[in-house]
Design a protein around this ligand. Structure first.
Ligand SMILES: [Zn+2]
Length: 154
């Protein structure tokens, strides 16, 4: 598990972090972000990687990682390295499976997101998260320091 120094686990924090984590990733990766009962981020894990689709990964592994992190709630996010952020029927089915499985171990699944390029889509609502708040720059910025994500650290 990783996640040192991550801020409060709002969906936009998760989206920006995942954008950085998966920017160079050419395979589909499913990330789980673990939160405590105050919705503070405890950390995150790579739940599934590579050729696996989100429909075939082990929800049991997701649950074990969430329990190990001491999570009360979680966000789930996977990337579409070549596609759009549009959820596939399998994405929606997977989200349902995760919700049910997590409920069995008392972890509330707060949301499921798809990252494609700089776009992050909520699988349930279809809404897109804004990770590009600055008007003078077309790339993503850090929500905490407003620094361009592509630039080296200030
Ligand atoms: Zn997908």
């Amino acid at each position: 598990m990783a996640g040192d120094g991550l801020p409060i686990g709002r969906p936009t924090d998760v989206a920006v972090h995942a954008y950085l984590e998966l920017a160079e990733e050419r395979n589909e990766v499913l990330l789980g972000y673990w939160l405590d009962s105050n919705q503070r981020l405890l950390g995150y894990d790579r739940i599934a990687y590579g050729g696996e689709t989100t429909a075939s990964f082990s929800v049991n592994r997701a649950a074990r990682l969430g329990i190990a992190a001491g999570a009360s709630a979680a966000y789930f996010l996977h990337n579409h390295p070549t596609g759009t952020a549009e959820p596939s029927p399998n994405d929606i089915k997977s989200a349902d499976r995760i919700d049910q499985y997590m409920a069995n171990v008392d972890i509330l699944a707060l949301g499921h997101f798809i990252l494609a390029g700089t776009e992050v889509r909520n699988i349930r609502s279809g809404r897109t998260l804004d990770i590009v708040p600055a008007s003078d720059y077309t790339g993503a910025r850090c929500p905490n320091c407003n620094h361009r994500l592509e630039d080296p650290e200030p």
